[in-house]
Design a protein around this ligand. Sequence first.
Ligand code: ZN
Length: 417
Amino acid sequence: MNSPVDTADVRRRNLSLVLRHVAAHGPCARTELAEATGLVHASITALTAELIANGLVHEVGLASSGSRGRPRRLLELAPGRVVALAIQVTAGRLVSAATDLDATVLWRDERAHGAAYGDPRPVARQIGQVVRDGLAAARGGGRERMHLARVVLAVPGAVIEDEIVADSILLGWRRVDLRALVRADPAASAFPLSVVNEANMAAFAEYRALMDRTGAAPRVFAYLRGSDSGIGGGLVADGAVQTGGHGMAGEFGHIPVSFDGPACKCGDHGCLVTYLGLGALLQSAGLDPAAYEADPGAGRDELDRRLRGGDPAAVRALETGARALATALTAVSRVADPEQVVLGGHLADWSDWLVPNVLRHLAGRRAVTPTDEPLISTDLLGADATVRGALRYGCETVLDDPAGVPLLTPAAAVPAP
Ligand SMILES: [Zn+2]
């Protein structure tokens, strides 16, 4: 026998199933929704009526269903009802954007946060202002009834339980509760905030982009990105970013490749980043990483020039890096078994040197099954991946639970055209 709680849960889950299908495949007919979700037509009629009444979905046009039968009305996401905001925190700036549920970009912004190394308070204050500006822009032009799904704060550091930033070498933060700092401002106290690792968001965006391109979703997907500050990444399984038990899943840069290897900033030795990080590659190619500390881009350009010119030391540096990457990927494969590995940042820029060497190392190590090697490809989105992933992550709040969007009051409802 179903209790009322069960019935409410089932309804919420079914609303989510229907809204997700419309988001992914709309415009679509109710018959298609019934087929895709396995729900009976009467349920689909009731669920879509609820989504339409709350302004999340609307009817568009008619599709002919052949020479016989009635034409069908199609459903798609309604614009202007839900907004998600993403704010990426970098060493000196806040990079922000707002989108609709269907990923239409409504607003973009980039500004300096003016915080000194190690001090998160100016960042938190600026975030409150950015959210207010973003909401004002998104809700302009007749979109006042827009519901804020979530503000996603993507930070360059490990995010542990309760969304605490455990450690960010780039920002000089240790155990920072960014959400509490932002909400200390009374004007920001009610914002629905999530604090997430920025590389995890980039992984999520790359996963979605790969799905959109190939039409197929890998069950397990790994993303590794080389940046000026290290090697980060993320693991996506069954469509969800995996953060692990302590928020540390997907920290590929600190997989030990050799216990007695070079000292790492994290306090350990022989992490992947000590072989494949930008500084490590520069050093191993005979360049002085200290000379490029203020401008890592110049170091990257110089190593790139040498690689493309066939400089033997530069090529050897990438071969050493590839061997370390192959070792780390072997460990990743044994634990998580990804079908697809995507490389970003300088790992993508130099994939012509890395990937053939990685595949050569992996080829002889088929211990478990003969076909457990992942496909390795380069990223599709580049530097925009973090903000795009964070926006999508923010929208997931509503796709997961459309019933969580407050009902439109009749006065706020926009009359049908
Ligand atoms: Zn390390």
